[in-house]
Ligand binder design. Structure first.
Ligand SMILES: NC(=O)c1ccc[n+]([C@@H]2O[C@H](COP(=O)([O-])OP(=O)(O)OC[C@H]3O[C@@H](n4cnc5c(N)ncnc54)[C@H](O)[C@@H]3O)[C@@H](O)[C@H]2O)c1
Length: 266
């Protein structure tokens, strides 16, 4: 097990990629704190993980609110004693052409995706610094931010989202260099198109599927578990010399220029 006895917080853990991360970290031996604004679903996911014999608790938290963030830290310390891992996964998507994008929508998306990752990252890093390195270990903690291929690409109808994910790339680098002296590593995972509830409506659309697959050399959508596997590795001492980087799990989209043929019926 990669994370035996460690305590991990996962944000946006009720469903999708965050859920898969919480499940995988628990399988790797971590005690998991699931944060989400979706109380019913968050509690259900925590209960499902706890039913496997792992330790999992749900704490309601809007990552864009400092009060909520402070409450999660306090709840984690109170219940589990320390924090070793943070997965900053909570994310939302705007959907409007650039000329129609409202300031409220811009603030909402950047508020959750970037401000939320900063708030959680800073609060957890402060706690990790207070704790110091466990005896005999070289690492005081690991933080994994959820980026996207849209940290590099730009989407005309998801401007706030693209900006927020670009910001996650720099947040990851800046936090990594700031926290390296304290033994805290900070990395990011940048998924391509992953089959989650975030994409539940568009993913059924044949034209959308064809567009995505024409830009995906591996020839299929990704699964949340394939992202979670990288998160678990980045959270663990197995990646002890990796910090400040983004690993893209995108089926080959970033290296591809132009398009690839799409298999019929896919
Ligand atoms: N699905 C993809 O193809 C894809 C691709 C690239 C990046 N990502 C990123 O992965 C992350 C997870 O995406 P997903 O597809 O699993 O999405 P999802 O919509 O299925 O799940 C997101 C979860 O975050 C929670 N959430 C939303 N706002 C929150 C807030 N303010 N505070 C706490 N929790 C909040 C939601 O309730 C939900 O449970 C996001 O950061 C997203 O940008 C997803």
């Amino acid at each position: 097990m990669l994370l035996g006895g460690k305590v991990a917080i996962v944000t946006g853990a009720a469903q999708g990629i965050g859920r898969a991360c919480a499940v995988r970290l628990a399988k790797e031996g971590a005690k998991v704190v699931l944060c989400d604004i979706s109380t019913e679903q968050g509690q259900r996911t925590a209960d499902e993980i706890a039913a496997t014999g792992a330790t999992a608790i749900y704490v309601r938290c809007n990552v864009a609110e400092r009060g909520d963030v402070d409450r999660v830290i306090a709840a984690a310390i109170n219940a589990l004693g320390r924090i070793d891992v943070l997965v900053n996964n909570a994310g939302v998507l705007d959907d409007a052409p650039f000329l129609d994008l409202s300031l409220e929508e811009f603030d909402r998306v950047v508020g959750v995706n970037l401000r939320g990752a900063f708030l959680m990252g800073q609060a957890v890093a402060r706690q990790m610094v207070r704790q110091g390195k466990p005896e005999g270990e070289s690492q005081a903690g690991a933080i994994v931010n959820m980026s996207s291929v849209n940290a590099v690409f730009a989407l005309p109808d998801h401007v706030a989202y693209s900006i927020s994910k670009g910001g996650i790339g720099q947040l990851t680098k800046a936090m990594a260099v700031a926290l390296a002296p304290q033994g805290i590593r900070v990395n990011a995972v940048g998924p391509g198109t992953i089959e989650t509830p975030l994409l539940k409506d568009v993913i059924k659309d044949t034209a959308f599927r064809s567009k995505v697959l024409s830009r995906t050399p591996i020839g299929r959508f990704g699964q949340p578990e394939e992202v979670a596997a990288i998160v678990a590795w980045l959270a663990s001492p197995e990646s002890s010399y990796v910090t400040g980087t983004t690993i893209f799990a995108d089926g080959g989209r970033l290296p591809l220029n132009y398009v690839v043929p799409v298999a019929e019926g896919s």
